[in-house]
Design a protein around this ligand. Structure first.
Ligand SMILES: C[S@@+](CC[C@H](N)C(=O)[O-])C[C@H]1O[C@@H](n2cnc3c(N)ncnc32)[C@H](O)[C@@H]1O
Length: 211
C-alpha cells in the first residue's frame, strides 16, 4: 500500500513555525483514515492529498472551455477544493465517489457540487442520470495501481471518451513510475508535475488522445 504523507508549503521542514491543522483538517484526516480502514484497496493511502498536490491536479483545467469537470475518487475533497478554486462553479463539477460515508461528507462540505455515489469504472451507468456527455477534463484520485492494467485501461478509455480530443485525464500517483501504460497506442502520456516535498513524492500524469 502506498503512503502519501504529504508535506506541502504550509508544513515546512522546520515545524516550529508551522501552523497547526485546523479542526476541519483534523476531521477530514479522521474521515480519510476511517475510509482507509474500511476499504484499504480502494483508498490505498494513509493521508489526504496535500494542498500543493491538489493545486497541480487542478492546473490542467481549461476554465474558458465552458465544459464541466469530472472528478473521480474525491475522497475527503482536497482536489475538489482546488478545482473550485480554479473558478469552476460548483454545479459544473461532477464528482464520483464509491464510499457512501465520504459522499455524505462531500455533500456537506461542497454544497452545489454534483456528488455521485457510484463506480468510476462504470461511467456509463454512473453518469447515466446526469445528461452530461462531455467534460473539459477528468481528474482522477483513483489508486489505479490497486486495480491492475486491464481495469485501469478501461477506466482511461471511458474517461477519454468523455473529453474533447487533446484534453486530458489527469491522474495522481505516488509511484516513481507512470500509474498506467496505455493499451491504446493513440494515447499520449506525460508527467506534468512532480511534488518532491511529499513522502514519497507525488506525480501528476496527463493522458490524452491526439487533437
Ligand atoms: C487515494 S484516495 C484519494 C482521495 C482524495 N484525493 C483525498 O485526498 O481525500 C482514493 C479515493 O478513491 C475512491 N475510490 C476508489 N475506487 C473507486 C471507484 N471505483 N469509484 C469511485 N471512487 C473510488 C476511494 O473511496 C477514495 O476516496
Amino acid at each position: 500500500m502506498a503512503t502519501n504523507q504529504d508535506f506541502d508549503d504550509r508544513r515546512g521542514d522546520d515545524d516550529a513555525d508551522a501552523p497547526r491543522p485546523r479542526s476541519s483538517e483534523i476531521s477530514e484526516r479522521l474521515k480519510f483514515l476511517a475510509a482507509m480502514f474500511r476499504s484499504p484497496r480502494r483508498v490505498s493511502s494513509v493521508t489526504p492529498t496535500s494542498r500543493q498536490t491538489a493545486v497541480e491536479m487542478a492546473r490542467p483545467i481549461d476554465c474558458r472551455s465552458g465544459l464541466p469537470v469530472l472528478e473521480l475518487g474525491p475522497g475527503t475533497g482536497p482536489i475538489t477544493r482546488a478545482i473550485l478554486d480554479r473558478g469552476i462553479a460548483p454545479e459544473n463539477l461532477y464528482a464520483i465517489e464509491y464510499s457512501a460515508d465520504l459522499c455524505r461528507h462531500l455533500e456537506k462540505a461542497f454544497p452545489g457540487v454534483n456528488i455521485i455515489h457510484g463506480d468510476a469504472f462504470d461511467l456509463d451507468a454512473t453518469l447515466a442520470g446526469t445528461g452530461v456527455l462531455l467534460f473539459d477534463c477528468v481528474i482522477s484520485g483513483i489508486p489505479l495501481l490497486s486495480f491492475g492494467p486491464g481495469r485501469s485501461n478501461g477506466l482511461l478509455a471511458g474517461a477519454l471518451d468523455r473529453v474533447p480530443p487533446g484534453r486530458p485525464m489527469v491522474q495522481i500517483t505516488y509511484s516513481a513510475k507512470a500509474p498506467l501504460q496505455p493499451s491504446d497506442p493513440r494515447v499520449r502520456m506525460r508527467r506534468s508535475a512532480r511534488i518532491v516535498r511529499n513522502l514519497p513524492p507525488a506525480s501528476v500524469w496527463l493522458y490524452s488522445r491526439p487533437d
